[in-house]
Design a protein around this ligand. Structure first.
Ligand code: FAD
Length: 447
């Protein structure tokens, strides 16, 4: 593997102009001891460490910025270590570099599954997914990665090993464990920490059997996004048994085909038909038509405009609570801001109903929307990055979660404060650039 592969990898973010000279070492450990050695090399050089998984993170965190750093890839740590299925809480122990698809290829033949399914599940690693607290279109039912992790083993900058679970921290270093437990560090802190606390070397993940139910599905069309938001709000309030939900809120003429938006693709147990019909008018689809709709949604960001270049400028914001009911207003305001920046809104789609966590670890339920824009030929990195900052400010004003923080590190101030508190105790030097007051300048120079 080449330096460029590890530095950029599958990196789908808009940040790809890296200064390769600042990368002082690249390591592909296969086990815990080799991770300790790789971190020791960084410590000797006095540089920061950037853990990297599949490189599918969109926020720029997995690039490590442009500071001097050692990069440690988990791509050779893909072993499935143990499966325990005859217990009250079945689990699998895995190294951090395995992807959900790789894990499920082993589990499904024995009737079990890891129920965390980001659209990137073929390339994202479980270590990366916990670090960004990712999830897919079933987080509403199955939760995000933190809900599916029993514990994570991590190596700190000084080589100390810790195990973090939902209740606290264990370590051979009693003093450190006591300090971390006194500030109530748990797995919630590791979730969405963007690789800033330590290198995850192993995860114990929740596995569950397939439910015994027959699913049916279809699409629901709406006149505007607020109507869609109101329907979602009802489903969330009634805890409707939606197993799969995806929205297409807007699609540019170039990729629209025969679709009229906004629409919602739903799948639920057949026993719930009356409940769902009480909330929405469903056009039922047969299984192959339903799969076709799911495929259209997945391909949406991959289809290119006739002119210009598609860009994931600000990949996601979360509508929940009151702003779900006035969703159209939120979308119009963001689109108008994009146009002010010379960008053309291109596609908007997302998991719905969905679950994510706010920076203070409160779960939020609503719609996580992803968006794509067309990048003007003459726009500089700084222009684009300024548009991102303006959107963050606007969404905050509108009460929409700006870029649910598993996508853009620490746009949530509470998470940022918490990470700083823990990093001080951990003496952490992982992904340090994210805490630099010039982080925005660094990221904008990389667009
Ligand atoms: C096409 C596409 C679709 C996507 N769909 C979804 C989706 O549906 N839902 C969703 O949530 N996300 C989605 N994403 C975003 C992305 O897949 C997630 O952020 C993913 O969780 C990142 O995993 P990764 O292994 O690629 O991590 P990377 O991108 O390599 O790293 C992400 C972060 O985790 C840290 N990290 C990685 N490995 C470790 C480790 N072993 N120890 C400590 N820190 C580590 C890195 O330093 C970095 O901060 C999508 C991305 C793409 C490109």
């Amino acid at each position: 593997m080449k330096l460029r592969d590890i530095a950029i990898g599958a990196n789908a973010s808009m940040y790809f102009r890296l200064n390769f000279k600042k990368i002082k070492g690249v390591f592909y450990p296969t086990n815990e001891d080799e991770v300790v050695q790789a971190i020791a090399a960084a410590q000797k050089m006095g540089v920061s460490v950037t853990p990297k998984g599949g490189g599918s993170g969109l926020s720029g965190a997995c690039t490590g910025g442009n500071t001097e750093r050692v990069m440690i890839s988990s791509l050779r740590m893909t072993d499935l270590l143990k499966i325990s299925k005859d217990t009250d809480q079945p689990y699998i122990d895995v190294q951090p570099g395995a992807s959900p698809d790789e894990i499920n290829a082993i589990l499904e033949p024995i009737g079990f599954k890891l129920w965390v399914a980001p659209s990137s599940r073929d390339i994202a690693t479980v270590g990366g997914i916990l670090s960004t607290d990712g999830g897919g279109n079933d987080t509403w039912v199955n939760g995000t990665m933190r809900d599916n992790t029993i514990h994570a083993k991590m190596i700190l900058y000084d080589g100390t090993k810790i195990i973090v679970d939902q209740d606290g921290v264990q370590s051979d270093n009693d003093e450190l464990a006591a300090k971390l437990n006194s500030v109530e560090m748990t797995l919630h802190d590791v979730a969405a920490s963007h690789g800033t606390l330590g290198f995850i070397t192993e995860l114990r993940l929740v596995i569950k059997p397939f439910p015994d139910e027959k699913l049916i599905g279809g699409i629901v069309k709406f006149d505007n996004a607020s109507e869609l938001g109101i329907a979602l709000d009802k489903m969330i309030e009634r805890r409707s048994k939606i197993r799969y939900g995806e929205s297409i809120v807007a699609a540019h003429d170039d990729i629209r085909g025969g679709l009229s938006t906004p629409l919602l693709i739903l799948e639920f147990p057949d026993s719930e038909m009356d409940e769902v019909l009480d909330i929405v008018d469903l056009d039922e689809l047969n299984p192959s038509e339903l799969e076709k709709m799911k495929d259209i949604r997945i391909k949406l960001p991959k289809r290119n405009p006739a002119k210009g270049k598609q860009i994931a400028l600000f990949e996601g914001y979360g509508f929940h609570g009151d702003n779900l009911m006035t969703m159209q207003r939120g979308i119009d305001s963001i689109d108008s801001l994009l146009r002010d920046h010379g960008l053309e809104p291109f596609a908007k789609y997302g998991h719905a109903p969905s679950k994510w966590y706010l920076g203070d670890n409160t779960p939020a339920f609503g719609l996580i929307m992803h968006s794509r824009e067309i990048r003007p030929d003459d726009a500089s990195g700084r222009d684009l990055f300024d548009a991102v900052l303006d959107i963050v400010e606007l969404t905050e004003k509108l009460g929409i979660t700006p870029k649910p923080e598993h996508k853009w590190p620490f746009s949530d101030k509470e998470k940022l404060t918490r990470m700083n508190q823990l990093r001080e105790i951990l003496n952490s030097h992982f992904n340090e650039f994210l805490f630099d007051s010039n982080c925005d300048d660094v990221l904008s120079s990389m667009v």
